[in-house]
Design a protein around this ligand. Structure first.
Ligand SMILES: Cc1cc2nc3c(=O)[nH]c(=O)nc-3n(C[C@H](O)[C@H](O)[C@H](O)COP(=O)(O)O)c2cc1C
Length: 212
């Protein structure tokens, strides 16, 4: 079975989207021919678009941006609407990770992808909304069903089973098994470190952009 795992995060390394695809791959790779693709620009090269059309399943993994799909990825999806799909028996799955703790924040982004399937007449296979994406890069891998990533890994395992059987699933929302209040504290420490590392000041974190 030919499956494309598509990372739609603009990050060049350590993206949560990539980590989730690696986990999904570990549940698929024995039984499937996997092609890994990164979409970081606003267009898809013709050869990549052509390759996508030869797949039996496409899995889009991307971050939630302002409750929706990152603009560069949306632009790629619009390009793909006009890609002259001859075989429309291709299953489309979505994995949307978000900074908020609650995976359900990704509901509308998954619905946008589902709507794209209506437009392209490809088959919507369902998705996962994963909360706590901001912490995924720093969390250990799931061992024996334990650890903070375990609920997400369980959802990925279930999705892998559906993909391999050409089946659909309902959208499924999960979060990291890490207390919400601690996740928020860790995020706030992270933002402070990040702004300092980039030459800014912590007091500027709450600053609103100036009116144009
Ligand atoms: C421009 C921008 C907009 C974002 N909007 C949201 C949002 O609406 N809701 C949310 O929960 N997280 C939001 N986030 C956080 C990202 O979804 C989160 O950091 C995610 O884990 C990044 O995934 P990646 O590492 O795969 O790029 C936003 C991040 C950026 C940079």
């Amino acid at each position: 079975m030919k499956i494309a795992l598509i990372n739609g995060s603009p990050k060049t390394k350590n993206s949560a989207s990539g980590i989730l695809l690696e986990d999904l791959k570990s549940h698929l790779s024995q039984k499937a021919e996997i092609t890994e693709i990164k979409l970081q620009k606003t267009f898809i090269p013709e050869e990549i678009a052509a390759e996508l059309k030869t797949m039996e399943a496409l899995v889009f993994s991307f971050p939630l941006y302002v409750d929706g799909i990152p603009a560069h990825l949306l632009s790629c999806l619009i390009q793909l609407e006009n890609a002259h799909w001859q075989n429309r028996e291709i299953y489309i799955y979505g994995i949307v990770n978000c900074g908020f703790h609650e995976g359900v924040q990704a509901k509308y982004a998954l619905e946008i992808l589902q709507n794209w399937c209506k437009k392209t007449e490809l088959i919507w296979g369902g998705g996962i909304g994963a909360g706590g994406g901001g912490g995924l890069a720093n969390m250990p891998s799931t061992k024996n069903g334990h650890g903070p990533k375990a609920p997400i890994d369980k959802a990925l395992q279930a999705m892998a089973d559906k993909i391999l059987q050409n089946k659909r699933q309902k959208n499924h929302y999960v979060s990291v098994a890490f207390p919400r209040f601690l996740y928020r504290i860790a995020a706030q420490i992270g933002w402070r470190q990040m702004i300092k590392a980039n030459g800014g000041k912590t007091k500027d974190l709450g600053k609103r952009p100036e009116e144009p």
